[in-house]
Design a protein around this ligand. Structure first.
Ligand code: ATP
Ligand code: MG
Length: 561
């Protein structure tokens, strides 16, 4: 086995085997087939990266196919959002397709099946049909309508199409085998009557094809060579093949369904249906709430397309369903933002510092490096003055030798600035420190080249000049769920695990260079984490989202509890 072949995933092995056996490279074609009943989530990103990644690897077209056969749940808004998200992730489809474009063809083929005695109209209620399904160990029973004449079936099916019947009066079923060990082969429903307008075909149709009767046939129409879906469709493969057996003509390529494992992410749910519940119950502000595991939520939160693609590539594809820890996703966004995000200083929990030996009214504009990871990023100026803010957590009256931040009698360097020493502090009635009086060493300015500027002190703190600082809203996010697998409990609903403290809004104090920050701009707030400007932000009222902290604190918290 060559080096390259060793690193292939199992789907790529299947394709390589097929290329050796039956297909030529030009016949390869893939598709990504979302149902437009919600926004794409991080699980979909795995499928997108897989299918579009194969397209790039084999230089093969990838269709975007909307699986829009259920007018009750589908909307144009979702179609548009799905297209936007795929493009944002960095992929391009060959053809934009809709299962609804094939309604006429599917209907015509269904008529052929009826004519060949392979499909029939069943006039029982859905309860009766379910009742006859049998169990995995017991065969099902045949419907009393199973042996209707072809003429009667044709005329009833036409009546269904023409709107002569109410919902539930009749369904069309494939005539396969009520004793099959695969329950899906026990005369599956192909069509049901639905008097609902469709977002594309409007009221042209009042019968709609079921998933199994639509998916493989759409693959066949589009000549998709490998139809990759998640594992829950494994038992459907037999039916997928049965339908194709009835239709495939010799000179046309026969699609293959192959399955891979669904990707789940810890501390969240990846199911459009469940995410919709969060939206509808106002647990979140919408599909793009920065706490949502949707692509649009991650985008708004400050994630980059690269970080999501790298995450998907790292976890790869698997043959068994599993839960990937969200900290891995966070690792990837941290890694990318470390390279690209400009560094700035912001204080979120301010404590006033007075530099008593610094002249009142004086200000200095100090040079600050924008990004040490990126030489081309240059420098900016930050103002220094007699009154500053530091973080409350960065000061203690007394602390042991391991506390490298500011304590009475101790020294720290202010990032890009001077070395200061804490001399005294003032407290309020409750004993909380409200101000620290410090002195500074005027010769210690960073980058000034003096002996004092090179003097090493253990701690470096971020800070802002209080009179120059701009106030901004900062949104701090925590996990949306308190449990690692909120939908993995038999006795509880996933909604029972919603974290009531997943959003905290505070006011932060920013260095003035941030005044022109625009929605989407990403920064590292030094020593605090990565933040981006939220869509709600305006020049008068800046709003920042915390994308991710600098270090993973969650794993530690979990170990303790
Ligand atoms: P949901 O339950 O969220 O609606 P779905 O599978 O019904 O998911 P579709 O819109 O039908 O959603 O999915 C489009 C494609 O994305 C399918 O091929 C599906 O298998 C794949 N997909 C969906 N969720 C995941 C996931 N968690 N991991 C990997 N692939 C997924
Ligand atoms: Mg679905």
């Amino acid at each position: 086995m060559g080096e390259e072949e060793k690193s292939l995933n199992f789907i790529e092995h299947i394709i390589e085997d097929d290329l050796r056996a039956e297909y030529v490279k030009d016949q390869l074609r893939f598709r990504f087939p979302p149902e437009p009943n919600g926004y794409l989530h991080i699980g979909h990103a795995s499928s997108i990266c897989l299918n579009f990644g194969l397209g790039i690897k084999y230089n093969a077209p990838v269709n975007l196919r909307f699986d829009d056969t259920n007018p009750a749940k589908e909307e144009k808004e979702y179609v548009d959002a799905i297209k936007k998200d795929i493009k944002w992730l960095g992929f391009d489809w060959d053809t934009e397709c809709y299962a609804s474009d094939y309604f006429q063809q599917l209907y015509d083929w269904a008529v052929v099946l009826i004519q060949e005695g392979k499909a029939y109209v069943d006039s029982q209620t859905s309860e009766e049909i379910a009742d006859q399904k049998g169990t995995p160990t017991e065969p099902g029973r045949e419907s009393p309508y199973r042996n209707r004449s072809i003429e009667e079936n044709l005329s009833l099916f036409e009546g269904m199409k023409n709107g002569d019947f109410k919902e539930g009066d009749h369904v069309l079923r494939a005539k396969i085998d009520m004793a099959s060990s695969n329950m899906l082969m026990r005369d599956p429903v192909m069509y049901r009557v639905l008097h609902k307008a469709h977002h594309r075909t409007n009221t042209d149709w009042c019968i709609y094809p079921m998933y199994d009767w639509t998916h493989g046939e759409s693959d066949y129409i589009e000549q998709v060579s490998h139809s990759l879906c998640t594992l829950e469709f494994l038992p459907h493969r037999e039916l997928y093949n049965w339908f194709l057996d009835q239709l495939v003509s010799e000179n046309r390529l026969r699609p293959k369904q192959r399955e891979f494992a669904r990707r789940n992410l810890s501390h969240t749910v990846v199911s459009k249906r469940k995410l919709l519940q969060l939206v509808e119950n106002n647990i979140v502000s919408g599909w793009d709430d920065p706490r949502m595991p949707t692509i649009s939520g991650l985008r708004r939160r400050g994630y980059t397309p690269e970080s999501i693609r790298n995450f998907a590539d790292t976890i790869g594809i698997a043959k068994r369903d599993n839960v990937v820890d969200v900290s891995l996703l966070e690792f990837h966004v941290r890694e990318h933002l470390n390279k690209i995000a400009p560094r700035v200083m912001a204080v979120l929990n301010p404590l006033k510092v007075i530099i008593t030996n610094y002249e009142e009214g004086k200000e200095e504009w100090l040079d600050a490096e924008n990004n040490p990871e990126d030489e081309k990023s240059g420098t900016r100026k930050v103002p220094f003055s007699r009154e500053l803010y530091i973080e409350q957590e960065d000061f203690r009256e007394q602390a042991n030798r391991k506390f490298f931040r500011l304590k009475l009698g101790g020294e720290v360097r202010l990032k890009n600035g001077y070395i200061i020493k804490a001399e005294s502090c003032t407290k309020d009635e409750d004993g909380n420190v409200v101000e620290v009086q410090c002195t500074y060493d005027p010769k210690s300015k960073s980058g000034s080249g003096t002996e004092e500027s090179l003097r090493k002190v253990k701690g470096t703190l971020h800070w802002v000049s209080s009179s120059h600082a701009i106030a901004a809203e900062v949104r701090l996010y925590d996990r949306l769920f308190t449990d690692a697998t909120p939908d993995g409990h038999k006795d509880k609903e996933f909604m029972d695990f919603v974290n009531p403290n997943s959003l905290q809004k505070i006011t932060g104090h920013m260095e003035p260079s941030l005044k022109d920050a625009k929605p989407g701009d990403r920064f590292q707030f030094q020593r605090l984490g990565y933040f981006n400007v939220d869509l709600d932000s305006t020049p008068e009222h800046l709003v920042f989202n915390r994308t991710v902290t600098l270090r993973d604190t969650w794993a530690k918290i979990e170990q303790k509890t």
